[in-house]
Ligand binder design. Structure first.
Ligand SMILES: Cc1ncc(COP(=O)(O)O)c(C=O)c1O
Length: 389
């Protein structure tokens, strides 16, 4: 790959390993035989570079990891059974009881629940900060045992934007950015000094709602440390899902271009509807952090959210009324989806965390797919009208 190759080309060339087959082979074996005691030992101690047991490493998963590393401009990458598998493994690999984590208060509901529940229960202190306040991360990352800073940008579901350069400049031993909503095509946290870029590849990277995968990209020493823990944690990616996620990478650029364009158009359209009391999309000039998003993103993503007059009852009528758009809780696929985060992705959070994450009762999140925008607008127009009846 030449140094100045464009990312959309890298999406096609990444992770090929010189193979003649244009589609990756699915390596289904969970175990490989050896020539005896010493060769098994040799494979085991070679760790990720060995070929002994699929929880340690798998050729198809490895090919997906190499592709992600190339896209992220990282030394290496490591895949997991899901985005949550990635987040949990990283936290428990890098943090010990008594350590301190600084985390953004606007996070995916599962990450918030993990931090507020099991992580605190293990004796790890967590301080939540408002990512939209300049200096908030650095201000809180001042304890002797601050080990990890966690940001998510743009944040699910209300699209708060965290300043990657600010997070990257923090001297905490480790900084992690969940970059799922941006994809590696629209944003590259490592280029801003962040240590770990994380994706739920279940979303736009896989892109077809048929793979559950998580992945991190980072320097080799970090990946090796997380990998040593991950073989014990056991959230290994399936080769079938890694294959689908790698196939998704090949079309990621063209899907993202189309989905970002439609999302921008829809965000502007929702902003013209009286019943929408607020529209959240980093590409809108009215987004409070539009200037920051423009500096650190090359596209604004395929997710937007809006608040609707009439709260959760109006949201329920909206979800009943859509015909083309499907009520469902994921994002990044070809079908446009709508979800009510307060009762789904962020369900079960205490009222304070819910309000801090901006997943209010009247907020609907849209994951914009690949349909013709005119058909989507017709469906949304009908649903907005019915939401007020
Ligand atoms: C931003 C973000 N991070 C992480 C996750 C968790 O990913 P997974 O569902 O693959 O575990 C999600 C899931 O919706 C998400 O939206």
């Amino acid at each position: 790959m030449s140094d100045n190759q464009h990312l959309d080309t890298t999406a096609i060339t990444a992770g090929r390993r010189g193979a003649r087959g244009l589609s990756a082979e699915i390596s289904t074996s969970t175990v490989w035989s050896s020539d005896g005691l010493s060769s098994t030992h040799e494979e085991i101690v070679r760790g990720r570079r060995g070929k002994a047991y699929s929880r340690y490493t798998n050729p198809t998963v490895r090919q997906f990891e190499e592709a992600v590393a190339e896209l992220e401009g990282a030394q290496d990458a490591l895949a997991f059974a899901s985005g949550m598998g990635a987040i949990a493994t990283v936290i428990f690999a890098l943090c010990s009881p008594g350590d301190h984590i600084v985390a953004q208060q606007q996070l995916y509901g599962g990450t918030l629940a993990l931090l507020a529940g099991p992580v605190r229960r293990m004796g790890i202190e967590v301080t939540f900060v408002d990512a939209t306040m300049p200096g908030a991360f650095a201000g809180a990352a001042n304890k002797p045992r601050t080990m990890l800073v966690i940001a998510e940008t743009p944040a699910n579901p209300a699209l708060a934007v965290a300043d990657l350069a600010e997070v990257g400049a923090i001297g905490a031993p480790f900084t992690l950015v969940d970059s799922t909503l941006a994809t590696p095509l629209c944003q590259q946290p490592l280029r801003h000094g962040v240590n770990i870029s994380l994706h739920s590849a279940t979303k736009a990277i896989g892109g077809h709602n048929d793979a559950l995968v998580g992945v991190i990209a980072a320097d080799t020493d970090i990946i090796d440390a997380v990998w040593a823990h991950s073989v014990l944690h056991g959230a290994a990616a399936s080769p079938y899902d890694a294959h689908n996620a790698l196939r998704g990478i090949r079309t990621l650029a063209v899907r993202q271009q189309r989905q970002c364009t439609t999302a921008a158009m829809l965000a502007s359209w929702f902003a013209t509807r009286d019943v929408c009391t607020a529209v959240h999309y980093p590409g809108l000039a009215t987004h409070p952090q539009h200037a920051l998003a423009s500096r650190q993103m090359t596209g604004f993503g395929s997710v937007l959210s809006f608040e609707i007059n009439g709260g959760s009852a109006a949201c329920a009528r909206f979800l009943q009324a859509v015909e083309l758009v499907r009520p469902a809780t994921s994002l990044g696929g070809p079908e446009t989806l709508v979800c009510h985060p307060a009762s789904s992705t962020h369900h079960g959070l205490d009222p304070e965390s819910l309000s801090a994450s901006a997943a209010g009762d009247g907020l609907l999140r849209i994951s914009v797919g690949l349909e013709n925008p005119a058909d989507l607008i017709a469906d949304f127009e009908r649903a907005l009208t019915k939401s007020q009846s």
